[in-house]
Design a protein around this ligand. Sequence first.
Ligand code: NAD
Length: 471
Amino acid sequence: MDMDLKAIEQMVEQVLREIQSEQLISTGEQKAETYGLFSTMDEAIEASEKAQKKLLFTSMADRQKYVDVIRKTVLNKENLELISRMAVEETEIGHYEHKLIKNRLAAEKTPGTEDLVSEAVTGDNGLTLIEYCPFGVIGAITPTTNPTETIINNSISMIAGGNTVIFSPHPRAKKVSTLLVKMLNKALKEAGAPSDLISMVEEPSLENTEKMISNPKVRLLVATGGPSIVKKVLSSGKKAIGAGAGNPPVVVDETADIKKAAKDIIDGCSFDNNVPCIAEKEVFAVDSICDHLIQYMKENGAYLLTDKQQIEELKALVTTEKGGPKTSFVGKSAGYIMEKLGVKVPDSIRAIIMEVPKDDLFVQEEMMMPILPIVRVADVDTAIEYALEAEHGNRHTAIMHSQNVEKLSKMAKILETTIFVKNAPSYAGIGAGGEGHTTFTIAGPTGEGLTSARSFCRKRKCVLSDAFSIR
Ligand code: NAD
């Protein structure tokens, strides 16, 4: 009986503490638990710097514990469903079930502290250690297309590396980013971590991002987004990692398993309504198999447009006068797009396909909607040449369906993409149905590639002269 009373007493105390801290947040009172949320960028940076100093003196086991807390918090069914639903509702981009998969993938397959493998050099002059050490405070800019996935993925990698992180999300993903940052901080705090390992300002804006970029206390910038933000961080004068746009081409040659290729391509291209930067954006298919490929694509949920005028109407509907994708159509479903075009299609339709010439706007632009143009070519070499052109030197992602090892190697070599997927959907390249870890920050322009904890670290050397070589 005594035990029960004690337990009840403790529970009441805990609830009172929680209520009190919630009230302090809402009244904005000083010294309130902020859970990583700040009204100004300067406050966020100050708190992040303090938190990083504390993190630096925690053990590697503690860092790994914080990583595990992030994983567990995101993988909690209620939390996972909430952030996935909110991301779709707020940004009006993507597909709920696919957001669940992506958030789960980020939580489960982003490497933790095990990624930081130290090097040791020993010899007559003693022992030298080379270790991955933190940069300090990192400023991370996240995209509307993967708002929560990027926060989960970057937080795990950056904290494992001993850094703290300030997120600058797209204003259109403000609510879900705020919720996630608060949720993670709360869980970290409960696990005994320093406050504000992850932070953001309550009102994300371009102006606040500028402040973050220019503040000298922010030691490393990481931009996951389109060309404008990547260019901005790269011209900041400080160390920056740029994970920029892609326009992944798919090549299918006559040696491929055409039935499987068709299914893989539609699965990849329709995943999260085509917003992932790695998703199949255009296909170059060899003439001799092109009809079969299209037929199998139709059997896998593709809706084929053949009327040239209707294709032009679709283009007018979903692109701006400048020729880019209309924001209001980015990440929308094939059914939604077709309905706006005036055609009701069954729910089973996942992608809209059409044959177009290689210079077509749908081929050359990164559309980020389930519209997949197909270019018929005479042979595989022409397909590879056109794929190179359509990829625009992003060196991001490319996919090939073929059994011809020589041509597979040729395409991999010529396109020089960070990710090259053979005979699978594009998402195999980020660990979904393919080996290797997951990342949502694929840094092609600056060369880190598939980022992980070590990408956000400095290599430092520690030399002990004339001792500790025990051979
Ligand atoms: P976006 O470039 O419009 O925005 C990305 C982020 O940058 C947002 O937080 C936005 O607020 C900010 N931003 C953009 N321009 C800015 C400026 N001039 N000053 C300050 N902040 C600025 O991109 P998006 O639509 O959110 O995301 C889609 C793009 O991101 C696509 O091009 C996609 O390929 C790319 N992407 C790349 C990766 C990768 O790992 N390489 C991952 C996801 C998305």
